[in-house]
Design a protein around this ligand. Sequence first.
Ligand code: PNS
Length: 167
Amino acid sequence: MRIAVYPGSFDPFTYGHLDILERSLRLFDKVIVGVLLNPTKQCLLASSKRVELIKQAVADHDNVVVDQFNGLLIDYCKKVGACAVIRGLRVVSDYEYELQMTNINKQLAPDLETVFMMAASQYSFLSSSIVREVARYGGNLATMVSPATIEELKRCFETTWKIKENK
Ligand code: PNS
């Protein structure tokens, strides 16, 4: 069985991520969405919430598993028996970071491949940080993330606004 890991922060998981994931299912028997638990990175959504929202978004696919990991990606891939890492590429500016990450992973685990998939053109502008920005100012997110994610983002920013109003 060919297993791949699709790792990321997914803060939040967007329709661009979903597109990459669904396309990668044509290449692998099973894809594990690995949500990074990074204590040094401040995320908007709690990791358990991110996992819950991704599980809802991929509920139709029985060959997708959603999991959390910490530590090195290569160690997680070894643990779950993955032969490849999936990464999406949007614009040229993604390339430098991805090249560095791929090369480090290749040095640490020569047998692990990284498979890059180009984002579909309608998602080439989309990122989790853009979604957070639009959500912060109450913009329309319907083409970017799932309805459940929109509800969660609204809750996050409502709390932020209430805290500000009460100051
Ligand atoms: O969605 P992101 O934040 O671009 O994902 C980055 C991620 C999670 C793939 C990367 O930070 C990662 O693999 N972190 C785990 C630690 C690790 O293995 N670092 C060495 C490779 S740079």
